[in-house]
Design a protein around this ligand. Sequence first.
Ligand SMILES: [Fe+2]
Ligand SMILES: [Fe+2]
Length: 274
Amino acid sequence: MAIELVSNHEFALPEKNAFGNSFRDYKADDDRKDILEQHYKSSHINQTYGFLRKNIRSWTRLIWECCELLNEVVDDSDPDLDEPQIQHLLQSAEAIRKDYPNEDWLHLTALIHDLGKVLVLPQFGGLPQWAVVGDTFPVGRAFDESNVHHKENPDFNNPKYNTKNGIYSEGCELDNVLMSWGHDDYKHMVAKENGTTLPSAGLFIIRYHSFYTLHKYGAYFQFMNEEDKENMKWLKVFNKYDLYSKSKVLVDVEEVKPYYESLIAKYFPAKLKW
Ligand SMILES: [Fe+2]
Ligand SMILES: [Fe+2]
């Protein structure tokens, strides 16, 4: 059946839905009537202030549970850490919190920056370590000399991918550069897909904290746009704490937990999809 245009310039508005009823007609007499009725009844009866106050807390706890789950992950690429991973998350977050008390987004960024490492666990896909941890690097253009083993990568000999800019253009924005897969990109996607309200500097830190050729050796700068350059300042701040806060002095997990749970609730409005 042809759908008539309301005007030449606007979205064509059909008058009937797929069931032949008016849109948003909850009283239409069809097979879905009972389901709709039950759904809205349950929703409106149960979505009370108390229900939400009680459960938002436990939904956001999923992030915290992942912090604890991370204790099962041994990072083969990290020469500096033999404490449980949750200590690394908390040590870096607490050290930043001490020096930048007003930047609560940065405290939370530090807490979650390595959570993507759950990818090595069977329940998250059981990826091999090489696809989860270690330095990340862009593909699609010539490898920087500082990338170890780059000559053994098949792309090294592919003329499409081995010129200075490769498939990219200068100033194209780092988000448009395809990075090797790892916990960084995964966590960045999870945060974005779930509508986090973390500022772009937080997302930048999560995505590029293992991109050492960029933030340590200054390679690939030509792909950055102005926002990337601004965010880079924060990544350099963060990197110091990521590297140097690893310590034998353990953080009291239970003591700091309420603070970080409050940040999770603030910056992650809903239950996370992983
Ligand atoms: Fe990391
Ligand atoms: Fe880290």
